[in-house]
Design a protein around this ligand. Structure first.
Ligand code: PGA
Length: 251
């Protein structure tokens, strides 16, 4: 079992093109000597081309914040897998809670986005997470299982292992409240077992499960020390070059 840790920065709707370029330059410098770990950044669509140029000679992975399922056509406001490939994206975030909760994306749509990405060799970072009400009602595992089952519907065993899952409790995103390491490990362990139930042991031990929700320079080491945490999806702290540098250098 060797799962290479992945630290992913989700810039959300932040940065002008010039700011995106500066941040990307700092991240390329900071990650030049990193070993045994991967770094991914997801700038806003309008900065992808500029950031792609900056990442060209580095190992940093370019990602989109979403991806359409169709190749082209009447899908106003969407960007297709071939377009993202063309610009240099190797990964795409799918099903982020802001897409689910602010823009009404549902499991069926997210499933189509995951399939569309996989068909074109783009690795989806498939986000799932429970709300505070769902956690308080003791429904966390059921909600997460439903999200995984629907999101990965008809995803083949050959594809399943390369997908990245990001567990992001909705109540921990952008709130400064991180789930405790015990809560995170418990969920990640459950998700890995679920992947074994849905696919097989090899897939469960290969798949990378990231944690997201107020990850920062101070809590990253403890989170990454959990046996089933294979990386982090970082929002706010990914916008500050110094913090992100510390995060990618987790111990
Ligand atoms: P946050 O965002 O680190 O600002 O909580 C995480 C995310 O939404 O991916």
């Amino acid at each position: 079992m060797s799962r290479k840790p992945l630290i992913a920065g989700n810039w959300k709707m932040n940065t002008s093109i010039a700011e995106a370029e500066h941040l990307a330059q700092a991240i390329v410098r900071a990650s030049a000597d990193l070993q045994n770990r991967e770094v991914m950044i997801a700038p806003p669509y309008i900065s992808l081309a500029a950031v792609a140029d900056i990442l060209a000679d580095s190992e940093v992975i370019l990602a989109a914040q979403n991806i359409c399922w169709a190749e082209k056509g009447a899908f106003t406001g969407e960007i297709s897998p071939p377009m993202l490939k063309d610009i240099g994206c190797r990964m795409a975030i799918v099903g982020h809670s802001e897409r689910r909760h602010l823009f009404g994306e549902n499991d069926a749509m997210i499933n189509k986005r995951i399939s569309g990405a996989m068909e074109h060799g783009i690795i989806p970072v498939f986000c799932i997470g429970e709300t505070l009400a769902e956690r308080e009602a003791d429904n966390t595992m059921k909600i997460l299982e439903d999200q995984v089952r629907h999101g990965l519907k008809d995803i083949s065993i050959t594809d399943a292992g390369s997908i990245v899952i990001a567990y992001e409790p909705v109540w921990a995103i952008g709130t400064g409240k991180t789930a405790t390491t015990k809560q995170v490990q418990e969920v990640h362990h459950f998700l890995r077992n679920l992947m074994e139930r849905l696919y097989e042991k090899n897939i469960a031990s290969e798949i990378r499960i990231l944690y997201g929700g107020s990850v920062n320079a101070t809590n990253v080491d403890e989170l990454m020390a959990q046996p089933d945490v294979d990386g982090a999806l970082v929002g706010g702290a990914a916008l500050d070059a110094g913090s992100f540098e510390r995060i990618i250098n987790f111990q």
